[in-house]
Design a protein around this ligand. Sequence first.
Ligand code: IFM
Length: 715
Amino acid sequence: MFINGFFDYNQVSYGEKYRGYPDNDQVINRLFDPRYIRIKVEDEDSAVDHFQVVNVDKNLDMQTGLVHELFSITTPENRNFNLVVESFASLSKQNVYGVKYAIIPTNFEGDIELIKLHDYVNQSTHQQSEDVRVNQDVGQMQLDFIPDNGQPSYLVTTFRSQQGIILTYQADQATDSNPEIDYFEDDNHHYGYHSKYHAKPGSQKEFEFLFSIGDIHPLVNARMYADQYLASLDNYIRNTSFNSELMASAQVWQTFWLHSDVKIDGDPVIQSCIRFNLFELNQSAGRDEFTSIPAKGLTGNGYGGQFFWDTEIFMLPFFVYTEPTIAKKLLMYRYHTLQMAKEQASDFGLEKGAMYAWRTINGYEASAYWLAGMAQFHINADIAFAVEQYYTITNDEDFLKKDGFEIILETARFWMQYGNFAQVNGKRHFVINRVTGPDEYSALVDNNYYTNVMAQFNLRLAAKYAEKFGDTDIPVQLNVTGEEIAEMKEAADLMYLPYDQEKNVKLQFQNFEQLPKMSISSIDQSRFPLLLHYHPLMLYRAQVNKQADTIMVDYMFPQGNTQDQLKADYDFYEPITTHDSSLSKAIYAIVAARIDRDQQAYDFFSQAVKTDLIDLHHNTKNGIHAGSLGAAWSGIVYGFAGIVNNADHFSLEPHLPDAWNCVKFRLQLHHCELLFTIYQDQVEVELMSGKGMALSVYNKKIKVTPEDPKQICQY
Ligand code: IFM
């Protein structure tokens, strides 16, 4: 069990620790598995004896969120029984988790005792790995039972981060035909539930439990107000049942699917995969403004459960277009951590601006390998880009004024501080040297194309909104001056963007063309991902990409590029890209679709969308690849449906895969909800709510209004 934002620090030990290196890593805590159950059969005890457990079946019902598992269990004395475990994490009450057991003896009659007691905190997984992406460390937690509460209740506190949460759970007998369940205290003063009954072969008895899991509090508060917190937690699970909570949660899922589902006619495997992706995204997203989406969702502690640019660039588009309230909360997390970003900029030695952490939970940098970590300064512009994307699609002026603009301004200030004006080839330019771009097989380069384009965008946004809010008191509050804005505009206009005139390609960074090409096709399959088999410098010194880098620019800023330019970039970077990062293939799929490389688009997309279901990177055990799940949605919407969303116009240029008869999805745009049904040769757009809007399909203009809500457009 992972709780978003519940983490501990781990001291990082460095061989040589230079100034500014973070002292601590941040690691999401792995709590006990609430499905854990101890079963005694006559004199055999699952906690002591070796019960053989075979997982016969496991299903996730994505419509309701219910996980259904069937285990066949054999005791050392050959007693057989089936155990059915059903569980769900509630979406209607975010604190609630339900688990239900059914026990069915198959070959014996005898006494069965069920004990539901969780007296440990860190669920051990015995994972040993040399993989840098796996987090070996676990937080240190302490578990205290809260006595005499009438139901088992715990206070879990962390040692170093000084956080505390409270949990409690109740048992529900469901029907009178099920054995009674009693609350008990054992000799160690640990509290739990147990039930003992006499069972016959084929008889089925059920036991239900509802957990109520508290919010994260500072340790002192958690201890001091434990009783009060507990009382409010009790409210969530009092006078209710597993089934009622499951139904309530399923209803929320139903609403989610109504607005967010993607229906694909003609490709059942991809259909299931995309739904799994959307399900996981929705499960993992922080909704309290103080958490974001960990790179592994809430399914593993790979990458420490930390937040990266994955949220803003790869996952946020899905939320902005389908669940804008969640998108806003995710952006508010960045607003609430802006203060930390400013502190970081100042500690770093900059006079102004904000420097967001490359990877973090609490807002402070947790990356111990700064070359592929902190130096990925593009995160600042990525966040500003996300603010703009949210604003242009939702027109949430209030957010922009109160929070969004400040993020944009402070990140723009960072660029002015970190970059500088300089002469390049005899011309005055703004340059940003010594940065790491998205591709983690190069580091500390000069003028990374992606970074510079993003910084340019960030600077222009700051200038645009400083002018827009010029008549308000916002510029004064944020100390914005006319000179500052003029300088930002100049920097944006003079931004240096390296370009290879001979090959006609955007250069990943200055002097990239001087590096030797690494021949990926001649490398044995066993040596991928390269990061596990080569010294980083061997990769940094070569033309080899872990993931889309310059191609990110072609994905995010398609306007102003000719087809020839997109093709040249694609043909240059695709052969040197290993896609060792799960964030790569969906992006290549989008650009491939735009340049009519239909088969490649489909191949890249179908691998990206299946990333975790086929365990593409052989590491799903450490958690899902949340960014890739989000990028797969973008693959459909930006790639196959071909949407392009400028601030002032929305258009579609579909490239549907041959196998698909049609794809259907809804988007929320400018307070309207539109249902798109895209066939091989026509697009149907239906206004589901809102005042209506104009858009275009391959340059043909259409308009949907409440009076005329449905338009069909051939292409
Ligand atoms: O943010 C990514 C990065 O782009 C590639 N390495 C893994 C990170 C977390 O997913």
